[in-house]
Design a protein around this ligand. Structure first.
Ligand code: UGB
Length: 592
């Protein structure tokens, strides 16, 4: 290992990386030198194409960046055409039923640091809503298990549905600790896979000189390579090919914080099956200026046309270069004409595995240095090559059936990306806030919408601003995956009268059927697996939970819990009715 690292260093020095050995004296710091050799060897093994290949690619991309070349130069953008589904509509339900029966594995990319959010832990441990306080990871696992239970009702031999998590050096240990803390989330260990992405070396200037730590010249500075690594890992681990061999037909990719994803994803899987799509992106309307990519149909000078994501940091420049002087703007609908990329993707395994085989899973890379001046030579801080998982269309063979499925803006997407103060600024600028608070209210709103779709009378909440972030207050409704393995199942469980006042909190967890429920307060009903609860008649009024906005002092007080500080509010319990049905079998609630 040390000898291989030393040979690699020699090769790098021959390629213009002489600064790495400047001032080296034989016999001095030998232990440190061996450390560097070992790191070089490890990087060489983890980077697709090896370290030398990485440096060569970096040199080319940095030269192009210095010359101001745009990788999308020459492509003409157009608004792409895709598919549209109406949450809960007949076509949606048909697609969802197909998707729910599909042999699909689920992949969560969770290697990001969440720097914009500024949370001290990993994002997967955050609770999307505070009524249950369950972390995102648990929510995703419960969705997978709920789908699996549904499949096993019709086919007891159907396979365990895989949940694959991509971690990084920054998130791997805490993610594994979270899995342990949650007792494996009820998953069979055979269906849970953790793949760790490695960091890549940073570059100090336009000649692609490798950066070392300021405090240690014998250690290269490294940073994450981006979510695109997921494809190389699925290939190099053999997992994608193995799942395909076992009869799985699709993989669905999700991000670390989107509690609404399963509202649209299952239907999108069904739509992929229906139309034989190789790649299907779950999309929602996008507000101009949002840090979300846009889906575009790009046509090159040679006539090649590709439906792909254009990332938010390239979008305006690309539109202006293509002759649209307004850049990234909304049209009269209040949204950009280009559909937004939620980065929730459904891929068909057959073509995916073949494309990984052909490419080794190496994604298109890009570099995004921040230059110190107009000479575009020196960087404000070292940069590195990056890649994105949604760039898959560039890996698929030309003509591969690539499309997207659009749902309503608040029906399938509620990411948590931004710290509270930044979210308030974004909202003031007409952009999506992407705060923990706004995302939490979107969860309640979506669940309330599902109840309404099933015929319930659920009072609308009132818009308000919490710590400067616009939120739509309404009843706190949480329908867990066990209650709603699919939207179709949720709709079938509400068959009579359900009235919920705006100040209410309602948790339905498990197989619960409602014939008559009137709620003005807080009610939590939990049915364990195997228990079937029917609420025949119930009229409940209590003090419920009371929302309280944090004061300015509380917002900055370290004694306030971090979860409250990042939301700007807390729900205080005044009075809650909790009903737990642990025993399998039929249970009827009749309180008239
Ligand atoms: N991630 C990794 O797993 N590894 C990494 O090295 C980096 C990230 P961000 P981003 O949702 O609206 C994406 O940072 O990259 C994971 C799309 O590119 O939250 O700015 C990370 O843990 C963009 O087109 O988002 O933007 C997280 O789960 C747009 O649609 C995921 O990758 C945007 O998401 C995304 O990372 C969006």
């Amino acid at each position: 290992m040390v000898a291989a690292g030393a040979a690699l260093l020699k090769e790098l020095v021959g390629m213009g990386q002489g600064h790495l050995v400047d001032g080296w004296q034989p016999g001095e710091d030998e232990e440190d030198k061996r450390r560097l050799f070992a790191q070089l060897h490890a990087l060489d093994a983890s980077i697709t194409g090896g370290l030398v290949g990485y440096v060569r690619r970096a040199a080319t991309l940095l030269k192009e960046s210095q010359e101001g070349k745009n990788p999308l130069e020459g492509f003409a953008p157009a608004v792409p055409s895709g598919h549209e589904l109406q949450l809960g509509g007949p076509d949606f339900l048909e697609c969802e039923a197909t998707g729910a029966a599909a042999r699909c594995g689920f992949v969560v990319v969770a290697g990001g640091l969440g720097e914009r959010l500024g949370y001290s832990g990993i994002k997967l441990e955050l609770p999307p809503e505070t009524l249950t306080g369950k972390p995102y990871l648990q929510l995703y696992a419960e969705h997978v298990l709920a789908l699996q239970r549904q499949q096993r009702r019709t086919d007891p031999n159907s396979p365990l549905l895989p949940l694959i998590i991509m971690t990084s050096e920054d998130t791997d240990l805490p993610t594994r600790a979270l899995i342990d803390h949650l007792d494996g989330m009820g998953l069979d260990p055979a269906q849970l896979h953790v793949l760790r992405q490695q960091k890549v070396p940073c570059l100090v200037d336009s000649t692609a000189r490798l950066a070392t730590l300021p405090s240690d010249r014998y250690t290269l500075l490294t940073k994450p390579h981006g979510h695109g690594d997921v494809h190389a890992l699925l290939h190099s681990s053999g997992l994608a090919a193995r799942l395909y061999g076992e009869g799985f037909t699709h993989l669905a990719f999700l991000q670390d914080t989107n509690a609404l994803v399963f509202s649209g994803l299952v239907a999108a899987i069904g739509l992929s099956v229906r139309h034989g799509l190789a790649l299907n992106t779950l999309s929602v309307p996008r507000r101009a200026g949002d840090a979300a990519g846009a889906l575009m149909q790009l046509t090159g000078g040679d006539g090649r046309s590709i439906l792909c994501n254009v990332e938010y940091n390239q979008l305006s420049a690309m539109l202006v270069a293509a002759g649209d002087s307004r850049g990234d703007t909304n049209d009269t609908s209040g949204y950009s004409p280009y559909p937004g990329n939620t980065n929730q993707l459904v891929v068909a395994l057959e073509l995916y595995v073949a494309s990984l085989e052909a490419s080794g899973g190496v994604m298109v890379e890009f570099v995004n240095p921040k230059y110190t001046d107009a000479t575009r030579t020196a960087f404000k801080s070292p940069t590195r090559l990056e890649c994105m998982m949604q760039d898959l269309p560039w890996l698929l063979p030309p003509g591969a059936p690539v499309s997207f499925t659009v749902l309503g803006a608040a029906d399938a997407y509620a990411p948590v990306k931004n710290a509270l103060a930044d979210a308030a600024k974004k909202a003031a600028a007409g952009q999506s806030p992407g705060a923990a608070s706004s995302a939490e209210f979107l969860v309640y709103a979506l669940n309330a919408k599902l109840l309404r779709l099933a015929g319930a009378e659920v009072e609308q909440g009132s818009p308000c601003s919490l710590a400067g972030v616009p939120c739509s207050l309404g009843p706190q409704v949480v329908l867990t995956p066990a209650f709603r393995p699919t939207i179709g199942a949720a709709l079938s469980r509400l068959q009579g009268t359900l009235r919920v006042s705006a100040r209410s909190s309602l948790l339905l967890d498990g197989e619960i059927h409602i014939s008559h429920l009137e709620l003005d307060g807080a009610l939590k009903v939990r049915a364990a697996p195997g228990a079937r609860v029917t609420i025949r008649r119930m009229h409940l009024t209590n003090k419920g939970y009371v929302l309280r906005e944090l004061s300015a002092a509380e917002l900055t007080d370290p004694a306030t819990s971090e979860l409250c500080r990042m939301r700007g509010f807390t729900y205080e319990e005044a009075e809650v009715r909790e009903m737990i049905f642990d025993e399998p079998g039929e249970h009827v609630v009749d309180e008239e």
